[in-house]
Design a protein around this ligand. Structure first.
Ligand SMILES: [Zn+2]
Length: 350
């Protein structure tokens, strides 16, 4: 997660807080993901370097050098390739970025389509998706859902009932009693095309990606079109997340279509490598924060996320806890009473 959690100056999101249980937690934020590290303000011993005492600055997001639509500039409906039309849901925000991307997958001339991540149960959004289906001359056979967060799954069951489709997802709670439970390696068939299921846990436990015959992978919140993705804690799992990143990388995708933000066609593997490097960088920042002796989790967060909007520190703390959980499992740190973290000191510094 995390990482580019710096909020826009002057933005007021401190009142958001974790709302409903299914609250989507993804992105760090929008376009300004400058993971700049602590400010140079003379705070403590790490103040004069990019990141918490490390001599190197954080990895650079390869997308920053590309010309991509800015936040809020995605068109409402766009044919991305022969197989895929994207319909943008009207739920933009700090967490959902431009809004949820709903994808209509349909082979040219075929009579069946799959709708991936229907998103919020919104009448206008449904109308645009139905219009896209009508334009393709296809009926919706499947509603595929990448994960259970409400901004992806809310409309799944109601739209399935309306469109005569079957919901397929990685958890029964989303698929419903008449749905299909999906797992890694499954294949979903529809007329003229098939969709391969790729297990991608980490952002949350039931997360799936969908690989198309074109080489495109629909990645949900595993990889976002802007910034980096939050690993929720305790629901998410960083070790699983890293494995999932490598799994998608190994597929050699030709394009990544995320749950939020613009499509990634220019060297998608480089984006995944950046995600992996970014996670490692956050871990190094934690190691640097611990180098001066045991410190509370909140203190680590405050050292690493110096310039983060106060309203996002809760998300920053989830990210940090997810990272510490991995380091604990690997024997790098110990976490004592009152969340005081200390180094076990057996590990070489990167
Ligand atoms: Zn989402």
């Amino acid at each position: 997660m995390d990482d580019s959690l710096e909020a826009p100056r002057g933005a007021a999101h401190s009142d958001r807080g974790p709302a409903r249980s299914g609250r989507p937690a993804h992105s760090d934020r929008g376009p300004a993901h400058s993971d700049r590290g602590p400010a140079r303000s003379g705070r403590g011993a790490h103040s004069d370097r990019g990141a918490a005492g490390n001599d190197r600055v954080g990895p650079v997001d390869p997308r920053l050098s590309l010309s991509v639509p800015g936040l809020g500039e995605l068109p409402p409906v766009l044919r991305l390739e022969d197989l895929v039309t994207r319909v943008l849901a009207p739920n933009p925000g700090l967490w959902a970025l431009d809004g949820t991307n709903t994808y209509v997958v349909c082979a040219p001339g075929a009579a069946e389509a799959a709708v991936v991540d229907p998103g919020p149960a919104d009448a206008g959004h449904l109308a645009r998706v139905e219009s896209a289906l009508t334009g393709l001359g296809a009926r919706c056979r499947w509603i595929l859902v990448t994960h259970h967060h409400i901004d992806h799954a809310e409309a799944a069951l109601p739209w399935a009932a309306r469109l005569g489709a079957t919901v397929a997802a990685g958890s029964e709670a989303v698929a419903g009693p008449r749905g299909r439970l999906l797992a890694d390696g499954d294949r979903v068939e529809l007329a003229g095309a098939s969709v391969d299921v790729v297990g991608t846990p980490g952002h949350c436990g039931d997360h799936l990606a969908f690989r198309l015959e074109s080489g495109t992978v629909l990645v949900g919140d595993h990889i976002l079109g802007r910034g980096t993705s939050v690993i929720t804690y305790p629901e998410g799992d960083l070790l699983a997340y890293l494995d999932s990143l490598r799994r998608v990388h190994d597929l050699g995708p030709d394009a990544l279509y995320p749950g939020h933000g613009p499509e990634m066609r220019d060297d998608p593997s480089a984006v995944i490598e950046y995600y992996l490097a970014h996670r490692q960088f956050r871990e190094q920042q934690i190691l640097a924060a611990l180098s001066g002796g045991p410190i509370g989790i909140r203190g680590i967060v405050e050292q690493i996320y110096v310039r983060t909007d106060r309203g996002l520190l809760g998300a920053a703390e989830q990210s940090t806890r997810a990272t510490l959980h991995k380091m604990l499992a690997e024997g790098t740190v110990a976490i004592g009473r009152d969340d005081v973290v200390s180094l076990l000191g057996q590990r070489e510094q990167p």
